[in-house]
Design a protein around this ligand. Structure first.
Ligand code: SAM
Length: 419
């Protein structure tokens, strides 16, 4: 596909300032976990928890940048011993060099690195892919809808995608500041000069300015030159509200399976008034999600899982079988025992404190969640100490625990495949 002048500016920006800035030496210290594309999470939200990872897995990271999602996914697949290939594609060769160095530092051998535009995916690296990650990329394209269609065309019918797109309301003030800087620091100036002007403007903004009053974009402002440039001097970006995002996804023949974290898209997370809460319950799921976004005001990024429309409603794992295995997104259950004993869990949704009640058996259950024990095994274990604990009581307790911890994206499910 022919590159136009705006595309060339986007590419040039990421050649000059790969984003996010990463040092491959840090791979020895930590694995960056995020969303979308955490392996447990995508199994839960795309494959109803039931992907058999003994079978080959083909993933694409479209616009992989400096490699955060790529490295996480490739490492998790490698740790599981899955026969996998993760294809990296990006227009920026500078970003690719950073991602390659990170993969090398981890001795990952399951990544195929390619340079080019995701718009040319069918020619460059045809699918079908079981999973496609496209995090923070589509909103930089001239035609995001066309970009998503290009990706969807290479997705396996039983596969799915993890997407991140900017949220309109949470980026309040960003676009006005970008417009101001287009006049004060035009693209004809050297990058260093433009960044200096942006810094000067940030210091000078009056207290009433919406960007100054917006604490939700601090991750970019703290992200050094690349972060500042990505936020305020970007060659091209736009943001979406929930309805616009849903339309974008639908236009590519897909459906949103889940918003991450679910609690952020539940208006009841923000409003305690019982009458209003009852009204929320009357809304369809997407309308409720849109309501939550409007009320919260702080969603600066939408993270969603999307699947082909034919699988809408079938993609997300449910607690419907004793064979289901609960697992914590970030490690074992015992870490949660202390919290569970308190009878509630608290989460900070970017400035909104959310407290969710936990059931009576929460501590006993989380202590037994290790990603291997099924609900049947956990129940049997608890029942050996308390013979009167029937399945129905246990299941009701687990459901209440799951409702709270899944809402804040901590607890997920997997359904082991038959041997
Ligand atoms: C904000 S970065 C996000 C990087 C990475 N996905 C992440 O979440 O850390 C956007 C990336 O998209 C890449 N990009 C922009 N347009 C692209 C296109 N048409 N095809 C492939 N990559 C593209 C840029 O070069 C850049 O590395």
């Amino acid at each position: 596909m022919a590159e136009n002048a705006d595309d060339a500016r986007v590419t040039a920006q990421y050649e000059a300032l790969p984003y996010p800035a990463r040092d491959p030496a840090d791979e020895a210290k930590r694995l960056i976990l995020g969303a979308p594309s955490h392996l447990f999470e995508l199994n839960h939200y795309v494959f109803a928890g039931g992907r058999d990872f003994r079978l080959p897995f083909r993933a694409l990271v479209a616009g992989g940048g400096t490699g955060d999602g790529l490295i996480m996914l490739a490492q998790q697949l490698a740790d599981l011993g899955t026969p996998s290939e993760v294809t990296y594609l990006d227009v920026s060769t500078a970003a690719r060099r950073v991602a390659e160095a990170r993969a090398k530092a981890r001795e990952l051998t399951n990544i195929r690195f390619l340079s080019g535009s995701l718009l040319d995916l069918a020619a460059l690296a045809p699918g079908p892919y079981d999973y496609i990650d496209c995090c923070g990329v589509l909103h930089h394209l001239a035609d995001p809808a066309g970009g998503l269609v290009a990706l969807a065309g290479e997705l396996a019918p039983a596969g799915g995608m993890g997407l991140m797109l900017y949220g309109r309301l949470g980026r309040t003030g960003v676009y006005e500041t970008q417009a101001a800087l287009r006049r004060l620091a035009p693209e004809t100036l050297p990058v260093a000069e433009r960044i200096a002007t942006a810094r000067r403007l940030l210091k000078a903004l009056p207290a009433t300015n919406w960007l100054r009053r917006n604490p939700f974009v601090a991750d970019h402002l703290d992200g050094g030159e690349a972060g500042l440039h990505d936020l305020l001097l970007h060659a091209r970006d736009r943001a979406y509200d929930v309805a616009e995002l849903a339309a974008l996804v639908e236009g590519a023949g897909l459906a949103i399976a889940a918003f991450i974290a679910p609690a952020r898209y539940d208006p009841a997370s923000y409003v305690a008034d019982p009458t209003l809460r009852r009204q929320f319950q009357g809304l369809a799921w997407l309308e409720r999600s849109a309501m939550a976004e409007r009320l919260a005001g702080n969603i600066r990024k939408h993270v969603v899982y999307a699947v082909p429309k034919a699988r809408a409603g079938l993609a997300v794992a449910k607690v419907d079988s004793p064979a289901t295995v609960p697992l914590f997104r970030q490690g074992d259950g015992p870490r949660w025992v202390e919290t569970a004993r308190k009878g509630s869990v608290t989460a900070d949704l970017d400035g909104v404190k959310l407290t969710l009640p936990l059931p009576r058996l929460a501590a006993a259950i989380v202590a037994r969640i290790d990603g291997r024990r099924s609900l049947a095994v956990i129940h049997a274990d608890l029942q050996s100490a308390n013979p009167r604990l029937g399945w129905d009581i246990f299941k009701a307790e687990f459901d209440a625990l799951y409702a709270a911890l899944n809402a804040i994206n901590e607890l997920l499910l997997r359904v082991p495949s038959e041997l």
